[in-house]
Design a binder for this molecule. Structure first.
Ligand code: HEC
Ligand code: HEC
Length: 329
């Protein structure tokens, strides 16, 4: 009997030890779980109404959700380039707004330092909402609903600053929490399958984590597209947007540098790259191998990495965003 208890005790200590050893390992993982951001509920309500209000656009035709669809397109729009007021086509692919609050800057070239500043970009962009603050305030300030919502939030009433801050506050609630991968990081080893773990192992082994890392699995670095092979020789572009970060700094070294995109919702947001050139995820990863790593990644490894990427979307408003894997419908 004593022997049995000693054994049980041993098993228990062993389990405890493996837990400790395991969580210590995870503390140095290159990816961290997404955590809730504290927000002011009154400001969020105002921001939400604004996000869905078409009056932010010149001809009252489109709202933010037009290109950042939260329910059908993972916070983006599934188009190569988005269409703004009067069907004007943009010059880059729309990124997701989900988890944008975790990025160290906004836009592909990081020209907006904050979410607040980003709103100016959307509102004024000729190929997006094509409006301006004077026009927007003229439309929204007389609205009684806005007066009521803004009263507890903005001392000075609804002005451009209040609108920017409220939309940014709402965007801080657009987080995809508790993904299977985050559960795994938090110590639930069975939250992801052996195949998905292998994919994560390869994601680290190939060096994807050198660029796609942190809470958002991206969004915290600028990197040249074409570190190991010249992307823009292969796909020449006269578009100014293809110069990336150079447009902001004027620094030669920043030519073709882009903010490394988050891969949190990547399985939901084709097409890929700033130029929306590639529709398929496997082809995108093959390109990453060629242009960023100078490696030809075998198909089998690409498939495993995709399995890992499926574990990254989390839950928004109680609903899992993780899509059904192809072939499992
Ligand atoms: C016509 C389509 C369109 C509309 C309308 C639109 N956006 Fe965007 N949004 C885009 C595109 C395209 C980009 C990328 C532009 C770039 O990087 O130069 C973008 C970028 C962003 C980003 C940066 C994300 C990142 O990871 O860098 C945020 C945040 C964002 N939009 C929020 C908004 C908000 C808030 C509104 C409403 C005020 C809005 N968008 C309206 C198309 C649109
Ligand atoms: C040297 C940095 C770097 C490395 C290494 C790297 N990436 Fe990227 N990745 C980028 C940049 C920069 C972009 C954006 C390119 C663009 O469109 O301008 C990107 C884009 C992507 C995209 C498209 C995302 C979107 O929303 O359009 C995927 C998917 C991706 N990378 C996966 C990977 C995988 C998987 C690996 C490893 C095999 C990897 N990356 C390695 C920097 C890197």
């Amino acid at each position: 009997m004593l022997k049995f208890y000693a054994k049980l005790c041993g098993v228990w200590v062993g389990m405890l030890w493996s837990q400790v050893a395991w969580s210590l390992d995870l503390s140095i993982e290159p990816i961290q779980p997404i955590q809730v951001i504290n927000t002011n509920p009154a400001k969020v309500s105002l921001g939400k109404k604004l996000f869905f209000d078409t009056r932010l656009s010149h001809d009252n035709s489109i709202n933010c959700a037009h290109c950042h669809d939260l329910t059908h397109a993972g916070g983006a729009d599934h188009l190569k380039y988005s269409f703004g007021v009067e069907g004007r086509e943009g010059a880059v692919n729309s990124p997701t707004v989900f988890n944008a609050a975790l990025n160290f800057s906004q836009f592909w070239d990081g020209r907006a330092a904050t979410l607040e500043e980003q709103v100016n970009g959307s509102v004024n962009n000729h190929a997006e909402m094509a409006s301006n603050w004077e026009e927007i305030l003229r439309k929204l300030q007389p609205d009684k609903d806005y007066q009521k919502l803004a009263a507890p939030v903005c001392k000075q009433g609804l002005d451009a600053d209040c609108i920017r801050r409220s939309i940014a506050e709402y965007e801080k609630t657009l987080l995809t929490l508790d993904s299977r991968f985050d559960q795994y990081l938090r110590g639930h080893e069975s939250a992801i399958t052996a195949e998905e773990k292998h994919g994560y192992h390869l994601f680290k082994l190939y060096g994807c984590v050198a660029c796609h890392q942190g809470r958002n699995v991206g969004g915290n670095l600028y990197q040249v597209l074409g570190v190991m092979a010249n992307y823009f020789d292969d796909f020449p572009s006269n578009d100014k947007a293809s110069l990336g970060r150079f447009n902001v700094t004027g620094d030669e070294e920043d030519k073709h540098k882009f903010k490394v995109p988050s891969l949190r919702l990547v399985v939901l947001t084709p097409p890929y790259f700033h130029d929306g050139r590639i529709e398929k995820l496997d082809e995108t990863i093959r390109s990453m191998g060629k242009y960023q790593l100078g490696r030809q990644i075998p198909d089998q490894d690409i498939a495993s990495i995709i399995h890992f990427l499926y574990t990254l979307p989390g839950i928004y408003q109680g609903k899992s965003l993780e899509p059904v894997k192809q072939g499992q419908e």
